[in-house]
Design a protein around this ligand. Structure first.
Ligand code: EPZ
Length: 421
């Protein structure tokens, strides 16, 4: 089992290039099932989750080849509508093929995706949307079955602006006859990227990024070349890395408006953030102070940045309150941060953080992707050595994290059980 060995106390300095977005790449990869010919995706990050989605597509009969950060995906010979449990359990986002399978074959049989550490991750909103489009949806022995019954565009409203449900329904509706209006849709930038990708394939979708999306079903979609947007959560993670180490980092390949709520919060606590349009400079030289955070659907503060910000707030003087409104169990990093001396109390979905100047290095374990990132950030600041274990969680969503941090001056190495590499 690999782990990171981090010797804290170094201020990060230099420039980092952000990889393409994991959460834009995954739905777009699923949508390639709807293309009548080859698709070329550029800027796709080299992550475990991308490898899993590539295996999902291969299982469904597609050809997927990688050349550096380019994926060439040919689904012409794809022929299966079934995603078995052993595969769907590997990654929650594998459920995103259901909308594309319904769009292409008007049938699907997708095993329930695994829940994960941060929450039960139900599928009820996805299935309600498919039913509204005229699919007969049944659930049996952990498999979700979809069968075209009386297909037709409809007006449907999401009880909660679910990112995945918005993406899945958009994909199914794109090849369903009629006009579908999706209300209370999620507004994340990754949904705009999916709309742009589908429209370049010949779809007719309007409104992604707003709370109402209008989809006019078409009969066919063709292959395209598309470059995915930068990963706003990786960018945010490096912004916090600059702040927590009192460093001075230039970040390029970033779209600042995609993380405006994080930028506003970092500025509120005293982090200096400037931009010239193509890169962003983050310096944490100033004295930082506490602030309160409440995670919300986009454009509110992103839940995927909550653990990383909690690590930062643990090191700034004052008391900060963090409210996690999106997932029911996204405080597992707290137990591990406490091992490093962080003073954090949890009451339900509320965490009260009493910041302190210094954390102490310790042996900690990543429980999920963003919790792992938070522990790395805490280790970069802590006095002494920190070992972060269970790196497979971090490998799911960060492309060579330790290499990028080393280039910024961090004393971090990835060690296998046998030694370092
Ligand atoms: C996406 O997950 C992201 N993953 C998550 O990022 C992110 O945390 C999440 O959106 C929220 O922003 C990808 O894009 C691949 P949701 P998703 O459906 O679509 C409830 C990361 O770290 N819900 O918006 O699964 C659900 O339980 C990952 O990169 C239902 O109740 O999230 C949760 O409480 C972690 N019924 C809330 O909605 C449903 O049918 C938000 O979930 C669907 C969701």
């Amino acid at each position: 089992m690999d782990n990171y060995l981090i010797r804290g106390g170094k201020a990060l300095k230099g420039q980092v290039h952000i990889s393409g977005s994991k959460n834009a790449s995954l739905p777009i990869m699923a949508a390639t099932l709807m293309a009548a010919d080859e698709v070329v995706l550029c800027g796709v990050p080299d992550l475990e989750d991308i490898n899993v989605m590539s295996d999902v597509l291969r299982l469904l009969g597609a050809k997927v080849e990688r050349e550096n950060d380019v994926l060439i995906i040919d689904t012409r010979n794809a022929n299966s509508i079934e995603l078995p449990e052993y595969m769907s359990r590997k990654m929650r986002a594998s459920n995103l093929v259901m909308g594309a399978l319904l769009a292409r074959y008007k049938r699907a049989a997708v095993a329930y995706p695994g829940g994960c550490a941060i929450g039960s991750r139900p599928m009820d909103l996805h299935l309600k949307g498919f039913r509204a489009l005229g699919y007969n949806i049944t659930e049996e022995c952990g498999v979700m079955y979809g069968e075209a019954e009386k297909l037709g565009g409809q007006e449907t409203l999401l009880d909660f602006p679910s990112v995945g449900a918005t993406e899945n329904i958009m994909m199914a509706a794109a090849l369903t006859p009629g006009i579908t209006t999706l209300r209370n849709a999620a507004r994340e930038p990754e949904i705009i990227d999916l709309q742009n990708f589908l429209n370049r394939m010949g779809a007719r979708i309007r409104g992604a990024g707003l709370d109402t999306i209008r989809i006019e079903g078409v009969s066919k979609l063709h292959g395209v070349e598309h470059t995915v947007i930068p990963d706003r959560i990786e960018a945010g993670t490096f912004m916090v890395a600059a702040a927590i180490t009192h460093g001075d980092v230039m970040i390029d390949n970033i779209v600042l408006e995609h993380i405006q709520s994080l930028v506003a919060k970092l500025r509120e606590i005293g982090v200096d953030i400037s931009t010239n349009g193509s890169w962003v400079r983050v310096s944490g030289h100033q004295a930082l102070h506490s602030a309160d955070i409440k995670t919300m659907p986009y454009p509110g503060f992103p839940t995927d940045m909550q653990p990383q910000m909690m690590a930062l707030m643990s090191t700034v003087p004052g008391t900060s309150i963090v409210v996690e409104t999106i997932f029911e169990n996204r405080f597992m990093h707290v137990h591990e941060l406490r091992r490093m001396g962080a003073e954090i109390k949890i009451e339900g979905r509320v965490a009260i953080i009493k910041g302190r100047e210094k954390l102490e290095g310790a042996a900690v374990e990543a429980s999920d992707l963003r919790a792992g990132a938070a522990l790395v950030l805490a280790g970069l600041r802590a006095r002494g050595e920190t070992r972060v274990g269970t790196l497979e969680h971090i490998d799911r969503g960060y492309d060579k994290l330790h290499c990028k941090l080393q280039k910024l001056g961090a004393d971090i190495e990835r060690r296998t059980a046998a030694g370092s590499r």
